[in-house]
Ligand binder design. Structure first.
Ligand code: ATP
Ligand code: MG
Length: 400
């Protein structure tokens, strides 16, 4: 099989392949970029595999960066682009069911393709477009099948993260998991506990953001993988509810956590705790807290105070989840329109500041100042007070 219609990323990178070949080595596009080209979907990175060793790659190109030289990866800089060129390698010494920290460089493409996780990820393509397919990846791609390369038990034993990757790709591409591959995940699910939670999370989130998260979550449950993830064993019911939602569609990681919190029936503190166990960033926890508060608010998502507190993006995020879980929801446009109507979008827009209260109204610094500002902020949002300096000062002098 030969690809003739190259995506622009390949056209740009072909001179790099050719230069490696001219120096007497083999070089191919490999993995995700070949898969996505065949599927006709956008590529996010172009990976090149080569028989040349890292030192040899560095001799061929003037400008390189050692991005992962111990794993055989050198970044080649060419016309403002960076291409990761990785030496063909095997990963023979798997300890602790994790990705090996030791790799052996080899000169044969087939050895390299053998160590890859899935048949659809084990395709290579030469500069002329010829596809090298040693494990029937093309057929699986055509039939929409996720299948481990070679013996699935061995593959998952070598690296337990591959089990999560398998269900991630299932969801991302909306493919079916081949029977023996699925059985091997069931049999080896407990090995997932050996994998760093951050790496599991990356795959979990990609699964949620995929085309068919319902199928992904369902398989995540019925292969028992969820049992080896932080806190999830306590929330099987919640996961089942998520799997049963009509056509989940999620746009970002914040939405994933808000959905999990809601279907797990968590309060805000419990959701934050869950996220800490999953080692998410503090920034993300803050965002999720804001969006989740909006979702749980009694006043609903069109309330000016709720919109003000959430900000537009997180209000829209809460709105998406509200729609999915069957709570009162609106069109995004409606949320936007309502948000645009807010008299103020941030406290800094209030026409009176704490300093004004102290200097113009001779108030003493202290907690009272904060209370007054909160009071006038709420009244401005309710539109019972105009955001006008004179009106605000007169209100404050009368009431405080
Ligand atoms: P995407 O970039 O869309 O997440 P991808 O297939 O490019 O998908 P990467 O994680 O970038 O995935 O990996 C690139 C390639 O490396 C894969 O296509 C696969 O061939 C191989 N690979 C990655 N992780 C593993 C693993 N844990 N075990 C075996 N092979 C792997
Ligand atoms: Mg990739």
């Amino acid at each position: 099989m030969r690809i003739t219609n190259f995506p622009k990323e390949f056209i740009k990178a072909i001179p790099v392949l050719k230069e490696i070949q001219d120096a007497g080595y083999e070089a191919y596009f490999v993995g995700g970029c070949v898969r996505d080209t065949l599927l006709g979907i956008p590529l996010h990175d172009v990976d090149i595999a080569s028989s040349a060793y890292p030192a040899e790659i560095k001799q061929i190109f003037n400008r390189t960066v050692d991005t992962g030289i111990e794993h055989g990866t050198v970044m080649v800089l060419d016309h403002g682009e960076g291409y990761e060129v990785t030496t063909f390698r095997t990963e023979s010494t798997y300890q602790d069911f994790r990705r090996p920290d030791h790799v052996t460089f080899v000169r044969s493409l087939s050895e390299d393709l053998k160590r890859r996780d899935l048949t659809i990820n084990a395709l290579a393509m030469g500069a002329d477009g010829t596809v090298i397919d040693l494990f029937n990846g093309l057929e699986d791609l055509k039939n929409h099948i996720i299948r481990a390369v070679g013996d699935p038990h061995e593959r998952y034993h070598e690296d337990a993260l591959r089990m999560m990757r398998s269900i991630r790709f299932m969801s991302q591409l909306d493919f079916k998991l081949e029977k023996n591959t699925k059985q091997a995940i069931k049999d080896n699910a407990s090995l997932l506990s050996k994998i760093a939670v951050e790496r599991i999370r990356v795959e979990l989130i990609k699964m949620f953001l995929g085309k068919n998260p319902n199928a992904g979550v369902e398989t995540f449950i019925n292969t028992d993988l969820y049992k080896y993830c932080p806190d999830f064993p306590n929330y099987k019911d919640g996961l089942e509810k998520i799997a049963g939602i009509n056509k989940i569609k999620l746009e970002n990681e914040t939405e994933c956590w808000v959905l999990l919190g809601y279907e797990f029936n968590l309060n805000i503190q419990q959701l934050k705790q869950l996220m800490r166990h999953w080692k998410t960033s503090r920034d993300l926890i803050n965002q999720v807290e804001i969006a989740y508060s909006a979702l749980l608010s009694k006043e609903g998502l069109l309330d000016s105070q709720v919109l003000f507190n959430a900000g537009l993006d997180l209000a829209i995020c809460a709105n998406h989840i509200a729609k999915l879980v069957g709570k009162e929801a609106f069109s995004d446009q409606k949320i936007k329109d309502q948000y645009m109507k807010l008299p103020i979008k941030s406290v800094s827009e209030i026409k009176v500041t704490g300093t004004d209260l102290i200097q113009k109204l001779n108030m003493k610094p202290g907690p009272m100042i904060g209370q007054i500002l909160t009071d006038i902020k709420e009244k401005i949002l309710k539109e019972t007070l105009a955001n006008d300096e004179n009106e605000l000062i007169s209100y404050i002098s009368k009431n405080y």
